[in-house]
Design a binder for this molecule. Structure first.
Ligand code: SIN
Length: 187
């Protein structure tokens, strides 16, 4: 699959008839909400965990030196806490552009902080996308993150801002905290 997913995503769901759509964010969509939203609430999805297994060619790295960013990996029994945003359907034009490097929109149920369950969309970079990097040791992933940078800034900032945002939500994510612990000091 090509890693520019804009055209594919447009065809995956026709959102034009919806008044609003819920979006589940688990990575940069938690700490960087650069789009208008109607409301937002912390939320959980079941059966997934976040992993720094996706290459970033356009935000935290370049095509020659990709960074490492998050995707979701199916993990039965696990819960992933993130932020849910209720947005107008037209916001997906911006989101599809932002998430174009390998992410596809999937439909998922999510449980909001107020205990209601809603169906919404989540961007996942599946293993078959051209930018997928896959697993490595915590030390290797942290060393990679420490040296990468791209148009959206240093890759390490993605990790530290996400970790700060999760801590603020009261969430301890062992993968994220282990990577933060392994992060070499900034130059
Ligand atoms: C997300 O945050 O939900 C998707 C991955 C990213 O943009 O970091």
């Amino acid at each position: 699959m090509s890693h520019d997913t804009i055209a594919i995503n447009r065809q995956r769901q026709d959102l034009s008839q919806h008044e609003s759509v819920w979006l589940f964010g688990y990575g940069s969509l938690i700490f960087k909400a650069d789009f208008p939203y109607i409301q937002r609430q912390p939320a959980k999805i079941v059966g997934w965990s976040r992993r720094f297994w996706q290459g970033s060619h356009d935000h935290r790295g370049t095509p020659e030196a990709p960074g490492r960013v998050l995707t979701l990996i199916e993990t039965p029994g696990e819960r992933c806490t993130g932020m849910a945003y209720e947005v107008k359907p037209e916001v997906f034009e911006h989101l599809d552009h932002r998430e174009k490097n390998g992410y596809l929109r999937f439909t998922t149920p999510m449980t909001l902080a107020d205990a209601s369950v809603v169906d919404g969309l989540v961007y996942i970079a599946t293993e078959d996308n051209a930018a997928f990097l896959g697993p490595a040791s915590d030390a290797e992933i942290a060393a990679h993150i420490a040296k990468a940078k791209g148009p959206s800034g240093p890759n390490r900032e993605y990790l530290t801002k996400l970790s700060d945002a999760l801590r603020a939500l009261g969430v301890h994510d062992p993968h994220i905290e282990a990577l933060r612990d392994h992060l070499p000091k900034a130059d």
